[in-house]
Every structure is written in C-alpha cells, then in structure tokens.
Design a protein around this ligand. Structure first.
Ligand SMILES: *Cc1c(COP(=O)(O)O)cnc(C)c1O
Length: 394
C-alpha cells in the first residue's frame, strides 16, 4: 500500500481502545465492513447484536434509540426523519386496505390530513372521535377498527382527555393504541403506564432536540412482537436518520428536564397573566383551573405535575381576526413560526372553525386563537413583549 491516495482510504491506523468522554461519538456510515463472508451472511438486521448497513443503525443511532426508549418507559425504539414520519410510520406498519383507524378530532392536523388523503386512497377508512368522551370513542369501535390514535392534550386547543379511559376502551376490544406523546416529552407522564398506550410516538424535533434545528421522530413500544412488526416496515420503507442529527439530540438530552421545567414555569406564569387581561375570552393550558380537561391532567400528571411550555389564548369574539393578526405582527421576542420546544418563543394564530368537525362535541370551538410556545428568554421580557403587542389590539 504505497500509493498515498490509497493510503488516505485504507490507512492501517487503529484508534486505541479505551477512549471515554461524556458525549458519545458520531458514527457515520452507509457501508458497514464485515470481517468475512460468513460474518456477512450471519448478521441479522432485526436485532442490535451487530451492524449490517447504515440504514439499519450505527452506534450513534442505537445509543439514541436506547435513551429514548428509557425516557418513554418502553423497551424498543425506532427513529424516523420527523415527528410526522413517526405518525405515518405507525399507520403504514399496522393498517391494510379495509381497516379503519380512529383519530381524535383535536389531533395534530397533518395526521388528519394523512388519513384523509393517502390512507383513504389505499382503502383505509378513518373516523374522528371526541377525545373528551370515552363513550363516543367506544361507540365508534367496530370490527374493522385496527388502530386508535391518542394525543394529550389536543393540538392547539389543549383539551386534556381522560387518556387511560380512552385506552382502556380499546384494550377491552383488543385494539392497538398509539399515543402522540410530543407534549409530555416522556416527562409529564408515562405513556404506557399512565396513558395506557401500546405505542408511544414523539416528535423529537420539539423538546428532545430543544434547539429548533433538528427534525426527528421516535416510535417506542414495550412489546417485542409489535416492535418487530414496526421494524420490518421501517426496513422496507428505508427510513433512516443522519448521525449528526442523532448526535445533536443526544447532546440535548441531558438538559431535557431542566429546559422542560423552565419553559413550563414561564408558560404557566404568562398564561395566568393573560387570564387576568380583558382581551382573552379563554386561556387554554391544562394546568390552569377551568381549562378543558384540567381534572384529567391533574389525575394523570399529579397536582404538582409538569406541563409543556405551551398555551393558547382564545380572543374575545369582538376582536376581529385582522386585529389579532396585528397583535401577532407587533410581537418582537415571540417570533412567528411553527414548532416548539426550542429556545426562541413562538406564536401562531389559528382560525378554529375550520379545524374541528361540526358534528362532534369539539365542534363548539369558534373564533381566533393564538398558540404561544414559550422559549428560554427572560420571563419579564416576554411579558413586556406581550403587553406592548396587545396595544396593537386596542
Ligand atoms: C410537531 C408535532 C409533530 C410533528 O413533528 P415534526 O418533526 O415537525 O414532523 C407531531 N405531533 C405533534 C403533537 C407535534 O407537535
């Protein structure tokens, strides 16, 4: 091996064993090298006994999978390129033509869009159910129901459902449940024990990443057979995540709880402050008394329990949408943008009537709502920002 160019590729140097540092290494690979043909033939991608190909995992992604499984209180984890991909993945893995899936009416919007478009096109029907009413869910479960989605609290309107009762109604009939646990982040409650779900999904994009700079999703299970079902489709679909992105999440995990608690404390204080203002018809935050499903949040998360740093303000009906838009435009520290869990506070206005089914209990939602995601800025500065922007409403 005398040619220096070949040497750049086939260098004999081996790093000494025994290097240890707090942060795991970043292992990037499509190709994984086998010692011989027998090793190549023997290696099985289904289990973590060894490495076969970058798409099936590297030390970096295996490490993140193990930590997210532990965070959620589960046994196995799959990583996918976004939170939405995690929702899609569970549907694709478990549903076939002729099956039906049930989705809460206040679910993360793109999950409903997936059901309405692709799932319908593939002959999979869906129904929406009222997440606050276990009887409504139970009445909709039928012989074709294969999967029921759960989410706590609901996206945007933040109603906290009686999660364990919804899951129990499904378990009684042997129907698999999947919980979108992005809000709880594995911290506010245990999705398996408290929530009663079979599959717990999270958008790692939010709190686990914490930087507003990574897109990733996780699918966690406790049942090995269910995991292998999901893993097989994962393999067939070619889902994979980049090692640098996995490392970015691994780097943020040690501060997850600190950030979650800090953002929770700020959000609650700002939500209470907003409740005392005249502009709000209602402030929606599950830890605030009077917010829909507050008692369910208390039951599941505990009276001193945690909550994500999110709240929504439903503005008085006489405050026209264009004035609420002007309020949003006047915000300076709160930036206009989607997602949450990062250091920067964000606001998004929503017109509610288009987001709910008229024939369900949730159809009563009307008006303009602004969803706030509280970042890590000084709480006093954020409150001053809201106060100055509210003058644009006047
Ligand atoms: C953001 C979010 C998702 C999707 O995550 P992405 O990584 O943005 O695709 C799914 N569910 C909930 C509840 C979310 O907030």
């Amino acid at each position: 091996m005398s040619d220096r160019v070949t040497h750049l590729i086939h260098h004999p140097y081996q790093p000494p064993a025994g290097f240890e540092a707090p942060q795991p290494g970043v292992f990037k690979a499509s190709t994984v090298i086998f010692a011989n043909v027998a090793a190549m033939r023997a290696r099985d991608w289904k289990h973590k006994h060894g490495y076969t190909y970058g798409l099936h995992g590297t030390p970096t992604t295996f490490q993140l999978e193990e930590r997210i499984a532990t965070l959620e209180g589960g046994g196995q984890c799959l990583l996918v390129p976004s939170g939405l991909a995690a929702l899609a993945h569970v549907n694709l893995s478990l549903l076939a033509s002729g099956d039906e899936v049930l989705v809460p009416d206040n679910a993360y919007g793109p999950l409903k869009a997936l059901a309405q478009a692709e799932l319908a096109r593939w002959g999979i029907t869906h129904q929406k159910y009222d997440p606050m009413d276990p009887q409504d869910l139970a009445a909709r479960l039928g012989p074709r129901t294969r999967l029921v989605w759960l989410e706590a609290p609901g996206s945007v309107t933040m109603e906290f459902p009686p999660l364990a009762r919804l899951a129990a109604a499904c378990r009684e009939r042997g129907i698999t449940t999947a919980l979108d646990n992005t809000w709880g982040a594995g911290l506010a409650f245990n999705g398996f024990e408290g929530g009663g779900a079979d599959i717990v999904v999270q958008a790692l994009t939010k709190y686990p990443s914490g930087g507003g700079d990574v897109l990733m999703g996780s699918v966690v299970t406790r049942d090995e057979a269910l995991h292998l079902r999901l893993r097989e489709t994962h393999m067939h679909m070619g889902w994979g995540v980049g090692a640098n992105d996995a490392e970015a999440v691994l780097r943020s995990l040690p501060t997850l709880e600190l950030r979650y608690r800090a953002q929770d404390a700020s959000a609650r204080e700002l939500a209470r402050w907003f409740s005392a203002r005249g502009e709000a018809a209602q402030v929606l935050h599950p830890a605030l008394e009077g917010s829909p499903g507050h008692e369910h949040w208390r039951e599941l998360c505990g009276p001193q329990g945690l909550a994500a740093g999110l709240f929504s303000v439903l503005f008085r009906p006489d405050l026209e949408p264009r004035r609420v838009d002007a309020f949003c435009d006047a915000l300076r520290l709160f930036r206009l943008g989607y997602s949450w869990g990062g250091p920067v506070s964000l606001a998004v206005p929503y017109e509610l009537s288009s987001m709910r089914s008229a024939d369900l209990g949730t159809g009563r939602w009307r008006g303009v709502l602004v969803r706030f995601s509280v970042g890590l800025e000084s709480r006093a500065d954020l409150q001053d920002d809201l106060a100055q922007a509210l003058r644009a409403l006047a």
